[in-house]
Design a protein around this ligand. Structure first.
Ligand SMILES: Nc1ncnc2c1ncn2[C@@H]1O[C@H](COP(=O)(O)OP(=O)(O)OP(=O)(O)O)[C@@H](O)[C@H]1O
Ligand SMILES: [Zn+2]
Length: 632
């Protein structure tokens, strides 16, 4: 029996919508591969897949479309080839590219019925969110972190968008904590990874991203001292390859620098000072430690074992750098560097051993290889089954979206092994991205000037007064005191196809903000170089901003606005801590609510699922005789 028969039976009338749909999948990684498989097997008519990356060995444990022979090949292309074999009736269009590339403009986005985000970073997520809102294409946003996952449907004007809730930025550590007063294993790991390794084998510390070296730091003097220390380390780097190299590094960072710190008595009034290590005594202690210790992943190495790994990994890295440099100079290429990679054993071993020796010095618990790898790579392990469940939920939500049944779309999250659902939030009235009037403007980029925009479109056509501010991503390009730009072409001001321009009304009773989404289009002879792309029968309406209502109740605040919101490739942020779930505001929707959107009320299928029929996840029977799984 052809596969389509099952899909038809399960989906009933929705199957036709699925078959005729044109959808975009952004990201072909952990969730993306699973989701592509689901979409292809269900028979989504045309699926465009975009991913900028190539396949890595570390992807193979969970991105099941990829095999060993695909390593280094573009994810999108391989995903297409492999998934096509599941169902030859669907059209798959791959792009090995960045979703932010200009070619993926508003017109292109507007050609889809639905977009799926299966991304791992906030920047790309925000971009897709904005593009989908601008062309009013529904977006299904998803993410996982370890055993946790979320799915959120975003529909302009009806639900909260990705930017309606606060997203925390990645954790950084003050440089003095890392370099002088560590108190947790992560501080030692960041020191080894972002300071010691780059100082010896990579780029300068100022470029290390985990360190906060902001000028206004309170400890400017201490930072100056640390800079001098770094200079001394640079000198030692020059003796790389010599027999004494390892000892010089060791003596410097585990003995002399520590002694200097320990002598600063003020620092150690409330805690024990660090204890320097001695090379000679550790050499003695380590005389019988075999190198097979490297295979011990889960146990925490002793200080002698860490010493052995420190020396061995330092030697490996030094040899490697020397070889790479010799090759590069033969080929007249710039001198190569070694950077941390969790999957590169040389760098990982060096970071583990160095971090642990430092932890011992400061009386902090050392960590096993397994734990250090997780922490150093900022990795919360990606779990294949979580990705698979989230991808399944995305497909379930997609059916409702294609039916335009937004009232029944859900906010779904997996946590502690259970699936919970909630109604989607309404758009946040304070959201800078979706609480705007969004209008597409056709712009002839060869001709259009800022004056065409300000005078012809904003003032003449849309009736703005003098007090307006016009901005793009780079900042303000026009206000009443900044008229110099008026004669300049928009392209000279950084405006291009798919750029966004924000117009703020600064009059006493201002209108809501206006967002112009640029769609490049050549103007014909005699036509204005900028024109509003009005839908037939629609004119742009710019209501006044509502006056702030101080009596707004707590229930008006969207959920997930807490600073704790964060996920690695999750939808709430980037730093892999906790998923923000405001469980007190969640309401589990009862099955009896299911028909409230006007769709036929489902009947339970007698005896179909045994005891589960009394619970929430059940099989129900729709009026047209087809079976659907209810996720209510
Ligand atoms: N701007 C972008 N344009 C296109 N694809 C993107 C963009 N940003 C991220 N991606 C893709 O989104 C996917 C996210 O997948 P996932 O979270 O599984 O990450 P991964 O890189 O495959 O795995 P890991 O980071 O755990 O090694 C990746 O394949 C990544 O290349
Ligand atoms: Zn919003």
């Amino acid at each position: 029996m052809p596969r389509e028969t099952w899909a038809k039976q399960s989906l009933g009338a929705t199957h036709r919508l699925v078959k005729e749909s044109r959808v975009l999948l952004v990201g072909a990684g952990g969730i993306g591969c699973e989701l592509l498989k689901n979409l292809v097997l269900t028979g989504f008519g045309e699926i465009h897949i975009i991913d900028l990356d190539t396949i890595d060995l570390s992807n193979l444990n969970r991105q099941f479309l990829f095999r060993h022979e695909h390593i280094k090949k573009p994810k999108a292309i391989v995903a297409k080839e492999v998934a096509q074999a599941f169902n030859k009736h669907v059209t798959l269009v791959p792009y090995h590219a960045n979703i932010k590339d200009k070619q993926f403009n508003l017109e292109w986005f507007s050609s889809f019925n639905l977009v799926f985000n299966a991304l791992d970073n906030m920047d790309a997520r925000k971009h897709v969110n904005k593009m989908c809102l601008a062309v009013d294409v529904p977006l299904i946003e998803s993410g996982t972190t370890g055993f946790r996952g979320q799915v959120q449907v975003i529909k302009k004007g009806q639900t909260a968008c990705y930017d309606c809730t606060f997203k925390s930025t990645p954790v950084t550590y003050p440089v003095c904590t890392i370099r002088s007063t560590p108190s947790q294993p992560i501080h030692c790991i960041v020191w080894a990874k972002s300071y010691l390794l780059p100082e010896l084998f990579g780029t300068a510390e100022d470029e290390a991203p985990d360190l906060d070296t902001a000028e206004d730091s309170e400890n400017a003097k201490e930072i100056q001292k640390l800079k001098e220390e770094a200079q001394a380390l640079k000198k030692i780097r020059e003796s790389m390859g010599s027999e004494t190299f390892a000892r010089q590094v060791f003596d410097k960072v585990f003995s002399e620098d520590i002694q200097r710190l320990a002598n600063m008595e003020d620092m150690w009034k409330t805690k024990s000072p660090p204890q320097p290590l001695s090379w000679d005594s550790l050499e003695q202690e380590a005389s019988s430690v075999p190198l097979t210790i490297l295979e011990q992943n889960q146990t925490v190495w002793s200080r002698a074992e860490n010493f052995v790994v420190f020396k061995d990994s330092l030697e490996r890295l030094a040899k490697r750098l020397a070889n790479d440099q010799a090759e590069a100079s033969k080929a007249n290429l710039p001198a190569p560097l070694i950077t941390f990679d969790k999957d590169d054993d040389d760098t990982l071993d060096f970071v583990i051993a160095s971090a642990n020796l430092r932890a011992i010095i400061f009386g902090i618990d050392p960590k096993s290889k397994f734990d250090t790898k997780q922490m150093a790579g900022n990795i919360i392990p990606a779990i294949a089954t979580t990705n698979a469940m989230v991808a399944g939920l995305c497909a379930m939500e997609a059916f409702k979206v294609l039916r335009q049944d937004f009232a029944r779309t859900k906010y779904l999250w997996l946590r502690n092994g259970s699936l919970s659902t909630d109604q989607l939030e309404k758009p946040n009235p304070e959201c800078p991205v979706c609480n705007v009037v969004s209008v597409i403007v056709h712009v002839d980029l060869e001709k259009a000037t800022l004056k065409d925009l300000v005078h012809d479109i904003l003032k003449t056509k849309l009736g703005y007064g003098e007090e307006i501010t016009v901005m793009n991503d780079a900042g303000i390009i026009y206000d009443p005191d900044l008229e110099d730009n008026l004669e300049r072409k928009l392209t000279e001001l950084g405006i291009d196809d798919a750029s966004f321009i924000l117009v703020k009304d600064d009059e006493d009773e201002p209108r809501v903000d206006l967002q112009l989404a640029v769609l490049a289009k050549q103007a014909t002879e005699g036509q204005n170089p900028i024109a509003i792309a009005e839908k037939e029968g629609h004119t742009v309406e710019l209501p006044k901003k509502p006056k702030k209502d101080s009596s707004a109740s707590a229930t008006d605040v969207p959920k997930n606005d807490g600073a704790e919101a964060s996920m690695t490739n999750g939808i709430n942020g980037t730093n892999g801590n906790d998923v923000s779930v405001n469980s007190t505001t969640k309401r589990k929707r009862a099955l009896s609510d299911a028909g409230e959107s006007g769709t036929p009320v489902a009947k339970k299928l007698q005896g179909a699922v045994g005891p589960a029929a009394t619970n929430d996840a059940i099989v129900i029977d729709e009026d047209d005789g087809t079976l659907v799984i209810a996720d209510d």
